[in-house]
Design a protein around this ligand. Structure first.
Ligand code: ASP
Ligand code: MG
Length: 603
């Protein structure tokens, strides 16, 4: 077998550890395998180099930064190669340039374009282990300009090499035993997962990114490369990251340049909205609990915040089960009275038959501000009004009028340069019956929420708003545009809410307040004290009751849900920050993910 192994900084942090790694590599080679080994810089070397540079310049030249940072890995490859030779294993070290890892000419954040395999194969065929410097490449084979891939980029190097070499699999050795169901610092009962799909891994970016770089997961998914994350210190099997097999994908432009790799749509949808439900714990749990008892499978769920003390909750279902869904909602509405207001304020049910869901999907949107804005602009140019928006890490879904679906899809394919392929009807992912409904639970405490009141409900508004933020390089995380539409002076208006990194909160508010004044929008409200808790699992597709269970876990703990957004395999709720950890623990245990043993955090 041909295997690529990658060892992170801690695993090669000292001479002793490098010797231990050499032993492991040697055993694998002795068992009859061919090996390419990718290594990081020793321990905190890269941090140290960054610090040195900042001692000289507050804004160091990016080319020189690459010259500097790429030295860290060069130390490790030479030492590991020596250690292998010492124990009788033929080995040779190579830098990214020597291998021929060709990248974009973007210093400090280059994407890999192509990996030459001839030199590697020549050495492998001579029985040598090739030790390759991670995190680096060259911008062109003539100029030999050294580039780096961005912090944490060695994972990316390893998986790219594995894909180019068509290796059997890629092993990522690190200082944790694998991928855990949640953060063990917050939930000591977190358990090691045996396996996870690459799609789930991408949606869990906020949980898993420290263990495995999302760009590496993206390559693994695109090339169907099996990955395993394992501990360098033990022989435990670790966590397999599985991707469906892919055939015949070109190895040119290996790290896709496109942010979006698919447009999906579903015209067979209808929407049920409950307007003015009380903003208090237990409401969503009651509604979706009843819905799941009736075996109604809901698709998108969106809840956003509003002025006063009421929320709107909207969800979509496939048309054939609309009647059942509506009946449940109508039956429950009278019970959802706003306790603090007059009975006249009881929830109202609204049904809309002719809607379609249009989504863009792609791992390339992680860390690229402006992809959602581009989608909204494309829809605006096509004259398509967006009725609802729900986003996740790797997907943006919009609800539009069914009659506008074809136009919307054509516009999006053109914008994101996706080939027209009428034969293939893009459908939502098929239920994965072998997968558990929830694989992992993530908590993000570093977000702030912004709400803009009364933006105009007409094509182009979302595009304008999020385009503005993209131009300021502000990454928007969860975007929710809900159902409630109000007429003010004869013009329909809606609220839009979204989250950003907390450090961007105030700046975002400032930028948007200015725009709001110019565009005649309402107030821009900032809330820093929020937390986002998410469940991810491909087994939730086609399985009623998963959302209900999550909401029930929150309700039992008297935790109020402020916002909800979903994609096919993810449900996220915004709650008050001080309730974040409790929310995480409650949900994690509600799905039976907690083990009886406490996870011991490695020192
Ligand atoms: N040494 C680089 C860093 O610390 C790359 C890596 O370790 O993945 O970011
Ligand atoms: Mg890393």
């Amino acid at each position: 077998m041909l295997i690529v192994q990658k060892f992170g900084g801690t695993s090669v942090g000292s001479v002793e550890r490098i010797q231990a790694v050499a032993q492991r590599v040697y055993q694998t080679a002795k068992a009859g395998n061919s090996l390419v080994v990718v290594v990081s810089a020793m321990g905190k070397t890269t941090d140290g180099l960054v610090k040195l540079a900042h001692g000289i310049s507050t804004n160091p030249n990016r080319r020189e930064m690459d010259m500097l940072l790429s030295t860290g890995e060069q130390v490790t490859i030479a030492l590991l190669s020596m250690a292998l030779q010492e124990i009788g294993q033929p080995a040779i070290s190579m830098t990214g340039a020597q291998v021929g890892i060709v990248t974009e000419a973007e210093h400090t954040r280059a994407r890999i374009l192509h990996v030459a395999t001839d030199r590697l194969m020549r050495h492998i065929n001579l029985g040598k282990v090739v030790v390759v410097a991670g995190f680096q490449g060259i911008a062109s084979t003539e100029e030999l300009e050294i580039t780096t891939l961005g912090r944490g980029g060695s994972d990316t190097s390893a998986v790219a090499l594995a894909a180019a070499l068509r290796a059997d699999f890629c092993e990522i050795y690190t200082d944790v035993p694998g991928i855990l169901t949640t953060d063990p610092r917050l939930v000591p009962e977190a358990q090691l997962m045996d396996e996870i799909t690459s799609d789930e891994m991408l949606e869990l970016a906020s949980l898993g990114a420290k263990v495995l770089h999302p760009r590496a997961v993206e390559i693994a998914r695109n090339y169907g490369m099996p990955l395993v994350v394992r501990s360098s210190w033990t022989d435990q099997p670790g966590t397999w990251v599985k991707s469906p097999p892919v055939e015949g994908r070109s190895l040119i432009n290996l790290e896709i340049a496109r942010p979006v790799d698919g447009v999906e749509f579903d015209t067979d949808q209808a929407r049920v909205a409950l307007l003015r439900v009380p903003d208090q714990p237990g409401v969503a749990a009651r509604l979706f609990g009843e819905i799941s008892r009736q075996k109604v499978d809901v698709d998108l769920i969106i809840q956003s915040i509003h002025e006063g003390n009421s929320n709107d909750i909207a969800f979509t279902v496939t048309t054939p089960i609309l009647n059942r869904a509506e009946a449940v909602a109508a039956a429950i509405a009278p019970a959802l009275k706003n306790q603090t207001r007059a009975a006249a304020n009881e929830a109202e049910v609204m049904v809309e038959h002719n809607i379609a869901k249009v989504s863009i999907a792609g791992a390339g949107m992680i860390g690229r501000p402006g992809v959602a804005a581009q989608m909204f602009a494309s829809l605006a140019d096509a004259g398509v009004n967006i009725q609802m928006i729900s986003t996740s890490e790797v997907k943006v879904s919009c609800v539009v009028a069914a009659a506008e679906c074809d136009r919307a899809v054509a516009a999006l394919r053109a914008t994101f340069e996706l080939p027209e392929n009428p034969a293939q009807k893009p459908t939502p992912p098929l239920p994965d019956l072998s997968a558990p409904p929830v694989r992992g639970v993530a908590l993000d405490m570093n977000q702030a929420r912004l709400a803009i009141r009364q933006v105009l409900d007409r094509p182009g508004t979302a595009a304008r708003l999020f385009g503005l933020l993209a131009r300021h390089n502000i990454s928007v995380d969860m975007i929710i545009q809900s159902q409630r539409c109000r007429m003010i002076d004869g013009i329909p208006r809606r609220d839009i809410a979204f989250t950003v990194a907390r450090m961007d909160g105030e700046n975002t508010q400032k930028i948007l307040s200015q725009a709001a004044a110019e565009c005649g929008w309402g107030e821009v409200v900032l809330d820093n004290a929020i937390a986002k808790v998410s469940i991810v699992g491909s087994g939730m597709v086609g399985q009623p009751g998963v959302a209900a269970k999550m909401f029930a876990a929150l309700a039992q703990n008297q935790i109020n849900i402020q916002m909800i957004a979903t994609s096919e395999i993810k449900i996220s709720c915004v709650v008050a920050q001080e309730e974040g950890v409790q929310a995480l623990q409650a949900i994690h245990s509600a799905f039976g993910l907690a083990g009886s043993e406490k996870f011991v955090i490695p020192a």
